[in-house]
Design a protein around this ligand. Structure first.
Ligand code: CO
Length: 498
């Protein structure tokens, strides 16, 4: 996010990176690729079998016009398939209606949520309220379908082997009129009594916000659906689950759409943070016969939650919080962002006491961090290990250059940094195959690292129980991939036949 610098950067002398290096990781990558990765340092563990899918903006300019923000970039899917110590790379853009139309004419035809405008000034944009569906946030293999997710529209379904776009997913007709579906579904593996489910939600804004929660079984069928209404505008990018609850943090922001309607701003630029208003925590029972509850806590802004669980009559939620959400200055180039002037994301623990209706919160990690990831078996359960993309330096906001493992029980940390010229993405934890992979730290952490020294991206494999020792393998791609958003791993191999 760009903003008008509110304060002087305090750590210029200690900066762990060159801003020009960071900027080049935002260069467009319009090309698509399909090849075996043959430039490898170290060795790919032979037990690592399956496919890492990643999603993120692939192009950041169209016809010579730069997009206003990377979040407005067309979704490009990357698939790295591992088998027998080998790895294959494939990338393809999601063939959204907007991608096809704009690429055909080589110019911007749509407005973007984060401020991208059609050429021609506000007159060319006023009253055009059709936003481009960019399918760029998450990609997930579930129920035999590969889904590219972007929260303001229905998912796109892709072929997991070829990454070809097959069409829009409606969840058997439940998502009507291209209704939104979260980019952050959660998978509850269940137990002896409860089946494995994917839990997701869609939002319908209005004077109050209607939240529809969908629970899908492993075949991909919706087996539970409930709609709940919460007052006011709600910006809900992510949520957390436990066996009994879905938990949503309603950030203290309001939305004034007039600058959007008259063609001056994107809707994402019309958000205003209210530092005097509380953050509301909505606790929605997964059993729709039970009452919804709401608690209040200190104002903060949350995009992502690490996990939640139930313990001793309380609900514990761990989340990445920013002390505020700075107003976005439409006139600043996002590449000129002054990281040090922005608040860092930090990991906080919230203890929700439903009896006393109180919330206690505690800082777990002050180092700037994002993209929390946990062992899939711990989702909604008590857990100890969280993996984070983090800043190299301990204080202040900075680009993500390190992978941090935090043990929440012992408070021990392990860190591997790619500074000064490397910039990391989300750390995807992959458990070792059963029966070995029961312990929380038995497995690997996969992340894409932009290497500014070679203007290319590496697929980095870290041993989850030896993060400090650095990569067990570094797979050099032949090109760079712009900084991505989210991804997931499936033990199914979708690469070419070996
Ligand atoms: Co997200």
């Amino acid at each position: 996010m760009q903003t008008t610098p509110a304060q002087k950067p305090s750590s210029l002398q200690a900066r762990s990176y060159d801003p020009k290096d960071w900027q080049r990781g935002n260069d467009s990558q319009p090309q698509e690729f399909d090849y075996w990765i043959d430039d490898i340092e170290g060795e790919i563990p032979r037990e690592l079998q399956g496919t890492l899918f990643r999603n993120g903006p692939g192009i950041l300019e169209i016809g010579g016009h730069q997009l206003q923000h990377p979040f407005d970039g067309d979704g490009m899917i990357n698939a790295i398939s591992f088998k027998d110590g080998k790895a294959h790379f494939r990338s393809r853009f999601v063939r959204t209606e907007g991608y096809l139309a704009e690429q055909a004419v080589g110019k911007i035809l749509y407005r973007g949520v984060f401020g991208t405008q059609k050429p021609g000034g506000w007159l060319a944009n006023a009253f055009d309220l059709k936003l481009k569906d960019i399918a760029n946030t998450q990609v997930l293999y579930w129920g035999g379908k590969l889904l590219a997710l972007w929260e303001a529209a229905s998912p796109h379904r892709l072929d997991p082997s070829t990454l070809e776009t097959l069409g829009k997913e409606t969840l058997n007709g439940l998502l009507q009129n291209d209704a939104g579906f979260t980019a952050h579904p959660r998978i509850d593996l269940g137990d002896e009594e409860r089946e494995t489910r994917l839990v997701g939600f869609g939002l319908k804004p209005g004077l109050s916000t209607t939240l529809t929660i969908y629970e899908l079984n492993q075949a991909g069928d919706v087996v539970e659906q409930q709609a709940r209404s919460i007052p006011g505008f709600a910006f809900l990018h992510d949520f957390a689950i436990t066996p009994n609850y879905c938990i949503f943090f309603q950030n203290p922001v309001s939305l004034n759409l007039i600058p959007y309607i008259v063609g001056l701003r994107g809707p994402g630029e019309c958000l205003k943070f209210h530092s005097q208003q509380p953050t509301r925590i909505w606790i929605i029972p997964r059993d729709q016969g039970k009452q919804i509850q709401v608690l209040e806590t200190d104002p903060c802004f949350v995009f992502h939650h690490a996990n939640a669980f139930e313990q001793d009559g309380k609900i514990i939620v761990d989340s990445i919080c920013y002390e505020n959400f700075p107003a976005i200055d439409h006139h600043l180039d996002f590449r000129e962002i002054e990281f040090a002037a922005l608040p860092p994301g930090q990991l906080w623990r919230y203890r929700l006491n439903l009896q006393s209706q109180t919330v206690e919160r505690q800082l777990l990690e002050k180092r700037c961090c994002e993209f929390p990831y946990i062992h899939p078996q711990q989702m909604g359960q008590p857990y100890h290990q969280v993996y984070l993309a983090a800043a190299h330096q301990e204080e202040g906001n900075a680009p993500l250059q390190a992978i941090l493992k935090l043990n929440l029980k012992s408070d021990q940390r392990e860190i591997w940094s790619a500074a000064p010229r490397g910039f990391v993405g989300e750390p995807v934890f992959v458990p070792q195959p059963q029966p070995l992979g029961n312990a929380e730290a038995e497995g690997w952490v996969l992340t894409l690292v932009y290497d500014a020294a070679h203007h290319r991206t590496d697929v980095v494999i870290l041993a989850a129980n030896r993060i400090n020792e650095g990569p067990v393998a570094r797979l050099h791609l032949k090109h760079h991939i712009p900084y991505g958003l989210h991804g997931s791993f499936t033990p199914e191999y979708f690469g070419p036949t070996i």
